[in-house]
Design a binder for this molecule. Structure first.
Ligand code: GLN
Length: 191
């Protein structure tokens, strides 16, 4: 099993370290060819507008979208959630547009929007460490979406079959449980 981390920009190194800590082979994804060599992909936090532009100008967009639509497991954290959403409620564009969620960008405000908390994530565990940095949250979801976690009434984790999204950054904590959950999704998908 090989898991890729989209390495255009943002917090990709930390995800690679978490995967390695779990004993999983993990690679940077920078070129279109890299997408052929992975069983699952993490799209990290960072700046969604920059990442969205780079996946297009560097030629990764079409292959990424089609592999996800064909069932490759993908996990978007923070900006990665924005990249996967079909609808960004406070912007007039979208990016990969594969997951049926309505996401608000910079939902906690631009300057004071960073905080940490611990909360329950359904099917994964309680007191999951969550770091929010100018994070989005999910305002509403389509029919086939399972809501995995809410903080202060806002949806911060959800799943639709092969697609997982979190508003927060587990890769900036010591808590490996979210990564373990995603690794298990990938392992099941290649059985
Ligand atoms: N505010 C960023 C965006 O809208 C996301 C921040 C993050 O990924 N930590 O793209």
């Amino acid at each position: 099993m090989k898991i890729g981390v989209l390495a255009m920009q943002g917090a990709y190194r930390e995800h690679l370290q978490m995967l390695k800590a779990l004993g999983v082979e993990a690679i940077d994804v920078r070129y279109e060819e890299d997408i052929d060599n992975i069983d699952g992909l993490i799209i990290p936090g960072g700046e969604s507008t920059t990442m969205g532009k780079l996946i297009k100008t560097l030629g990764l967009y079409n292959k990424l979208k089609s592999r996800i639509e064909n069932g490759m497991p993908v996990w978007g954290t923070c900006a990665g959630m924005i990249l996967l959403a079909k609808n960004i409620v406070n912007e007039n564009y979208n990016h990969l547009a594969v997951m049926d969620i309505n996401v608000r960008r910079n939902a906690y405000g631009r300057q004071l929007g960073s905080f940490e908390t611990k909360a329950l994530v359904k099917g994964i565990g309680d007191n999951i460490e969550m770091v929010f940095i100018r994070a989005p949250y999910i305002e509403s979801v389509g029919e086939n979406i399972e809501i995995l976690s809410t903080v202060d009434g806002n949806i911060v984790a959800a799943q639709e079959e092969n697609m997982l999204v979190t508003s927060f950054h587990p890769e900036l904590t010591e808590d490996l449980r979210m990564h373990k959950y995603f690794v298990d999704i990938v392992a099941k998908s290649i059985k």
